[in-house]
Design a protein around this ligand. Structure first.
Ligand SMILES: Cc1cc2nc3c(=O)[nH]c(=O)nc-3n(C[C@H](O)[C@H](O)[C@H](O)COP(=O)(O)O)c2cc1C
Length: 316
């Protein structure tokens, strides 16, 4: 997720139980122009296995060139046809392409030809929401082209994030396809995960907003569905202890992975890790004016520590 799933966060999500992580969607136009900021989004580490960079674009040549640059490093490459952002759609990329199944198929075909065996996967929505529904047709054609997996967000482009994800249409797609279909949209807990798996018959789940500030969701789902044999890395502490562990681990991983570079999503994660907690909005006011990242990280850690252990910790 853009602005969320930086490398440190992806490794944290894995340590919290996620089986697969995907990079932020990254513009093929930036990557082919060797834009440093774009390439930083596709950093990885041996702990992130499989490594799945997600790319998007409206120009087939740029997409092909990007696949050629990534195919050696990536375990699979995911193409985004799901983004509803106007600045992406106006360049005929992201979910806007779903209005033209032939273009989607042609782009994917060229990317598969260029990938030299590295699997190509697709993330998409239930069509544009205007004109005929193209989702099932596109999925079937993509399977015929050799796409290894599709992930379907159960909303149309027009809906953006409004309304509810339509899991029944994901079911239709899952029933028609032989390749794995991953269901996405509105899974925020173990019970909604169970419900979504039952209602869609999908092979797996992708969790977006439910994991923002809450990487523990992956563990919680697996625990409640009885899929776990081991306890979590934060021991037998409650949710507040888990949040504190996650925040400290995020800081630790960021320091290790980014060296002296600023942690680009630190403030955003600080807000989401503390969302809804008592006294968090007052603490966040302090964060707005804090430009020193070490102090900011420590301030959130202190807040979460006091919350987890109910009061300031006495230091000897
Ligand atoms: C802040 C934000 C950034 C996102 N960035 C991406 C992205 O880079 N790639 C992608 O495939 N989906 C992205 N999405 C969409 C989510 O992956 C997901 O499809 C959508 O939020 C619905 O799933 P959810 O209900 O689990 O959040 C983003 C969503 C949000 C809220």
């Amino acid at each position: 997720m853009a602005g969320v799933t930086d490398l440190a966060y992806r490794i944290l999500a894995k340590e919290c139980g996620a089986d697969f992580t995907v990079t932020e969607f990254t513009a093929a136009s930036g990557l082919t122009r060797k834009n440093t900021y774009s390439w930083l989004k596709l950093e990885s580490d041996k702990r992130e296995s499989p490594f799945i960079p997600q790319i998007f674009g409206g120009d087939n040549d740029e997409m092909v060139q990007t696949v050629e640059m990534l195919r050696e490093r990536a375990d699979s490459i995911d193409i985004n046809f799901g983004c509803p952002a106007p600045k992406v759609c106006k360049n005929d990329a992201g979910a806007a392409l779903l209005r033209d199944p032939d273009r989607v198929v042609q782009m994917v075909r060229e990317c598969i030809e260029a990938s030299e065996g590295t699997p190509i996967t697709v993330k998409m929505r239930l069509g544009t929401g205007s004109g005929p529904n193209t989702a099932l047709e596109i999925c079937k054609r993509l399977e015929d082209e050799g796409v290894a997996r599709v992930c379907v967000h159960g909303r149309t482009l027009r809906q953006r994030y409004s309304g509810e994800a339509d899991w029944s249409q994901i079911r239709e797609i899952a029933e028609e396809l032989s390749i794995p279909v991953i269901a996405n949209g509105d899974v925020t807990s173990a019970s909604s995960a169970k419900d979504c798996l039952e209602k869609t018959g999908a092979d797996g789940l992708m969790i977006g907003r439910g994991a923002i500030g809450r990487p523990t969701i992956f563990h919680d789902i697996k625990r409640d569905l009885g899929w776990l044999e081991e306890g979590p890395p934060w021991g037998d502490g409650d949710d507040k202890v888990a949040r504190l562990w996650c925040w400290n681990r995020y800081l630790e991983l960021s320091r290790e992975l980014y060296g002296g570079r600023p942690i680009k999503n630190l403030k955003r994660h600080a807000v989401s890790f503390t969302k809804g907690l008592p006294g968090a909005s007052a603490m966040r006011v302090e964060l707005h004016s804090e430009h020193d990242q070490i102090k900011l990280g420590n301030r959130v850690a202190k807040y979460l520590q006091e919350l987890a252990y109910e009061g300031p910790i006495a230091t000897p």
